[in-house]
Design a protein around this ligand. Structure first.
Ligand SMILES: [Zn+2]
Length: 106
């Protein structure tokens, strides 16, 4: 982590980059961690940008698809989860070994 004053990319540019990356992985999707590395934003900022991207995609007739998180311990799938971030723990078995959600554009 360097404190150098690198200017933050404009939000619209970030969303364009996210859209391009998501379009490049239509099969498996990309997790927030992968997107943060590819686009150069912090992982915790990915969900906020994706929420805005989702709105603009919908206006254009596309959609952001969420491949749900899954518990690695018991296989529970977080199908009904609305938030785009990784769940903290499994409601079934309390495990914190959770596969993060992945995102793609359809
Ligand atoms: Zn579980």
């Amino acid at each position: 982590m360097s404190p150098s004053p690198v200017p933050q990319p404009r939000a619209a540019t970030v969303r364009g980059a996210l859209e391009a990356e998501l379009s490049s992985a239509p099969e498996t999707g990309l997790t927030a961690k992968e997107l943060s590395a590819r686009v150069g934003i912090s992982e915790k900022d990915v969900a906020g940008h994706l929420e805005h991207l989702e709105k603009s995609l919908r206006a254009g007739g596309a959609a952001l698809e969420v491949i749900p998180s899954e518990c690695l311990a018991c296989g529970f799938v977080f199908k009904d989860r609305k938030r785009l971030t990784r769940p903290g723990s499994c409601p079934e078995c309390r495990s914190t070994r959770i596969e993060p959600p992945a995102f793609r554009i359809r």
